[in-house]
Design a protein. Structure first.
Length: 296
């Protein structure tokens, strides 16, 4: 068994364990490459049957249109049902407050919308595409990561997973976040996409667009990104290594126009994919703080 067969087998095993152990699981879908691969694995796990749980997208309202268009096509392609919940609704209901200041983002506001959706549908397990190589807080995760009745994560209160035995027992009010591709690296994901010929949003490939350079982050022009004093739009050939809220998802200058080009580029880079995320630069422990509050 080669590396990809082993990683694929492990991820499918975890997904099947979720379907077996939990009554109301859901798979989170962002339109990014990791969630796309995870949905692809879910289809494989239950083929020729249908995926036995819904997908759910927490829409910040600041998504790239390319992502939303791809999301809708992809759900039809894999025959999955899709739930969408909007951060804007949480704002309108007074559940969260829009950020102010020079770099406002809705990325962190997703937490309340996500927790409300989990409560609304009584989901007891939410699968996500996080990987341990992305960021040090995510490196602390188990495959089955228990959340308390407030949706909060305590890295010191997680269960051992010896011999890939997963304990899905929960107390009233608790739920689990599950990460089937935890052991994958960014390069693994791209090599698997290449091997499986998985279609992706055009944002991942080199293209020309207007951008602004801000604090070593390249932001794409959109109605959600306002120029600050002294800034100006310029045109550049860029692509995105990670896809999220347009206000904080940085692009990278690149000529990689195919999956093979991207595999070669990732193999040579020394900068992590989240190194271009403006929201991760807000503090040294930005991701861990958000995760403790109930973030993805």
């Amino acid at each position: 068994m080669n590396t990809f067969e082993w990683l694929e087998s492990q991820a499918i095993y975890v997904i099947r364990e979720v379907a077996a152990q939990f009554e109301r699981p859901v798979m989170l879908f962002s339109g990014g490459k990791d969630s796309i691969v995870m949905a692809w694995l879910a289809r494989k796990a239950f083929y020729p049957g249908k995926i036995p749980f819904p997908m759910m997208h927490i829409d910040t309202g600041h998504n790239f249109q390319e992502t939303l268009d791809y999301r809708d096509r992809w759900m039809k392609e894999i025959g999955a049902s899709l739930i969408v919940r909007h951060v804007q609704d949480s704002i309108d209901q007074g559940r969260v407050k829009e950020e102010e200041g020079p770099n406002p983002s809705r990325n962190a506001l997703q937490t309340v919308t996500l927790l409300d959706a989990i409560k609304e549908f009584q989901f007891d397990a939410a699968m996500g595409g996080a990987r341990r190589d992305e960021e040090k807080a995510r490196a602390k995760e188990r495959f089955f990561s228990v959340r308390d009745r407030f949706g909060q994560w305590d890295p010191k209160n997680q269960r051992p997973e010896l011999w890939h035995l997963f304990n899905g027992m929960k107390r009233p009010g608790e739920h689990f976040r599950v990460f089937p591709i935890s052991n994958w690296t960014e390069l693994d994901v791209w090599q698997y996409i290449h091997r499986e010929e998985i279609p992706l949003p055009s944002l991942y490939f080199s293209h020309e667009r207007e951008i602004v350079r801000r604090d070593d982050v390249i932001l794409a022009r959109s109605s959600h990104v306002a120029l600050q004093e002294g800034e100006q739009w310029e045109r550049a050939r860029v692509r995105f290594r990670t896809i999220g809220d347009a206000t904080c998802t940085g692009a990278t200058e690149s000529a990689a126009s195919s999956v093979e080009d991207i595999v070669n580029e990732i193999a040579a880079t020394r900068v992590t994919e989240r190194g271009s995320r403006a929201d991760d630069r807000r503090s040294e422990a930005a991701m861990e703080d958000r995760k403790k509050q109930g973030y993805f």
